[in-house]
Design a protein around this ligand. Structure first.
Ligand code: FEO
Length: 169
């Protein structure tokens, strides 16, 4: 059985993952309006991945005999100042998520909840991968100043992205 403090932290993280999903979906809609359909697809895949991050926590809370508490999801922004600004926001957002995950692991360690420490290692590694992939895209977009033929090349590459769900166990 999970203790109340950790249950609360896990529910908070689940809400943050759902907000992330919402944010990427909003970015996907914005980028589609900019005719960047490849990047819009990329955001919609990220929307699915974030939902799966939330669902992994949902299942874990239940598996540990805890209570899932669905709170209000913050409203995401709906407009940005172009694709470079979108990725600038993503880099900052994912860095905030990494800090939240690290804090959650700190709490699990303090509470000596080894199962939660072990489960959260997946998120720790996932954040390394996410931060690396969004930073690379951000740097490439800055190199081409978010325009020209380079943008269409990156848009085509973004269109190739496939959905990889978080493992449920
Ligand atoms: Fe689920 Fe983008 O972190």
């Amino acid at each position: 059985m999970i203790n109340k403090k950790l249950e609360n932290e896990l529910n908070k993280q689940m809400n943050a993952e759902l907000y992330s999903a919402y944010l990427y979906l909003s970015m996907g809609a914005y980028l589609s309006k900019q005719n960047l359909n490849g990047f819009s697809h990329w955001m919609q895949i990220q929307f699915q991945e974030e939902q799966s991050h939330a669902m992994k926590l949902f299942q874990y809370i239940l598996d540990r005999g805890g209570e899932v508490k669905l709170e209000k999801i913050e409203k995401p922004k709906t407009t940005w100042e172009g694709i470079v600004d979108v990725f600038d926001n993503i880099v900052k957002h994912e860095s905030k998520i990494t800090s939240m995950i690290n804090s959650l692991v700190d709490v699990a360690m303090t509470e000596k909840d080894h199962a939660t420490v072990a489960m959260m290692q997946w998120y720790v590694s996932e954040q390394v991968e996410e931060e690396a992939s969004v930073s690379l895209l951000y740097d490439q977009l800055k190199l081409i100043e978010g325009k020209g033929p380079g943008l269409f090349m990156l848009d085509r590459e973004a269109n190739q992205r496939v959905f990889t769900p978080a493992p449920t166990k």
